[in-house]
Design a protein around this ligand. Structure first.
Ligand code: AMP
Ligand code: MG
Length: 421
């Protein structure tokens, strides 16, 4: 269903009414199909989601080969062998890994063989070198009987032809890259990492290389969101700072769409006289602005300019961060076709009481500890939405439901983990 008015079923929110976090996210995700697949070398596909199932055309191993350094033998020849009662065989030759010309194993003979070398014709098993000793010149003593197939890697033991190895939707891990190489798949169709353009809006902002004049501040959101985008699996592009000016914003949005799968702007989404983001997105495309029942991060803007989804997040750094976590990170994952859209969660017990506003879902910065097999969550002492150090000290966001206004020491909370996944 479209999040935009006039498309699909109309949604009634009373003026000034709040929309829930889950509803807002659902509207946005409903508007974001996964990106079209591209073909990449397997070396470049780590962490990306397969857009096709992978089958093998080939067997792995494709030929029978030795699992050990030792001697390739016929089972009947070594049937009576024991530790103190060896059988002596003539060494007919040697097969190394990679060999193509193979000496056959005939009655009464053995062929020295290395790990990975093809099993020579006539051989039925391999006796490891540890179970042999030197015999008379050109002969080897075998101190162990063998069953057919001992220490032999059979054809197709790992992969059989036509076997489905990886389903579409699977996220590629290092072991998958190894398997793809082994079966001769050099390229795969995957969903690309979304290109995410980040724009910081505000007359007060200066780039971080610059010393701010009185009344101005450095752009903290731009670099922070770049890091968040990267952590979410996207490719961040900085579009720098744009002034609180409709024309400048219009140009900044418009000129950055060509290379963006997603655009994020921070600042300028509140009700202030210079908050133009909603209006500018609306002029260029479609937009929806909502007050979301959340703290921090109540004012939220989502739109589409052409085909590009656009987020407008509130400018306070902690509000930007939490909004990213709740809405943008899932969007970036959805564009990648990923199933793990949400952060992992744990249940933890509070070490300090917290209070929260009524009718708003509150995300409290907490520090987690493992004590006696349980998680505890210590809320940071300052929860102001401008206080970045409280976020730096936190490793999770405790999720306080809308209807809860106070929690005591020892109460359980769900904590979203701010970890790399
Ligand atoms: P706004 O959402 O534009 O009303 O901004 C809210 C607060 O966040 C103000 O104190 C801004 O100065 C601050 N702010 C906005 N953008 C940034 C940014 N990129 N980096 C750091 N602080 C910002
Ligand atoms: Mg502003």
């Amino acid at each position: 269903m479209s999040p935009f008015a006039g498309e699909g079923r109309a949604e009634v929110t009373d003026p000034g009414g709040l929309i829930s976090v889950d509803r807002w996210r659902e509207l946005i995700l409903g508007d974001l199909p996964a990106l079209d697949a591209i073909e990449l070398r397997i070396q470049d596909a780590l962490g990306l989601v397969l857009a096709e199932p992978v089958e093998s055309d080939e067997a792995v191993p494709s030929f029978a080969n030795s699992a050990m350094d030792g001697y390739a033998v016929r089972v009947d020849d070594v049937a009576g062998a024991g530790v103190d009662d060896p059988v002596e065989l003539r060494i007919a030759g040697e097969v190394r890994a990679g060999a193509s010309e193979l000496t056959a194993v005939g009655p009464g003979s053995a062929v020295a063989i290395m790990t990975g070398a093809p099993l020579p014709p006539g051989a039925e098993a391999v006796v490891p070198v540890e179970s042999t000793s030197a015999g008379a010149s050109g002969r080897i003593r075998i101190h162990r009987a063998a069953r057919k197939g001992d220490h032999v890697r059979g054809v197709g033991e790992d992969v059989s032809p036509g076997q489905q190895l990886l389903p579409a939707g699977h996220r590629i891990r290092p072991a998958d890259v190894g398997l793809l190489a082994a079966i001769g798949r050099s390229r795969v169709h995957v969903r690309p990492a979304p290109r995410v353009v980040i724009l910081s809006t505000g007359d007060e902002l200066v780039p971080l290389e610059q010393r701010p004049e009185p009344g101005r501040i450095r752009d903290a959101n731009g670099p922070m969101l770049g890091a968040l985008v990267r952590q979410a699996g996207g490719l961040p592009y900085s579009a720098g700072i744009v002034r609180d000016d409709r024309k400048a914003m219009m140009y900044a949005f418009d000129s950055n769409l060509g290379h963006a799968d997603l655009l994020i702007a921070t600042g300028g989404v509140s009700a202030g006289a210079y908050d133009h983001v909603q209006e500018v997105i609306g002029k260029l495309g479609k937009v929806r602005a909502e007050k979301v029942a959340v703290k921090p991060g109540m004012p939220q803007v989502y739109g589409r300019i052409g085909t590009t989804p656009v987020f407008g997040l509130p400018g306070n750094p902690v509000s930007s961060f939490v909004s990213f976590e709740l809405f943008v990170r899932p969007a970036i994952r959805a564009l990648q076709g990923r199933a793990d859209v949400a952060r992992p969660q744990v249940t933890a017990r509070l070490t300090r009481a917290v209070s929260a506003p009524a009718h708003k879902r509150t995300f409290v910065r907490v520090r987690l500890k493992r004590e006696a097999g349980r998680w505890t969550a210590e809320p940071g002492s300052s929860q102001g939405s401008h206080v970045l150090t409280s976020l730096v000290r936190a490793d999770g966001l405790a999720d306080i439901p809308e209807e809860v206004t106070s929690l005591a020491v020892g109460d359980e909370v769900t904590v979203h983990l701010l970890v790399d996944t």
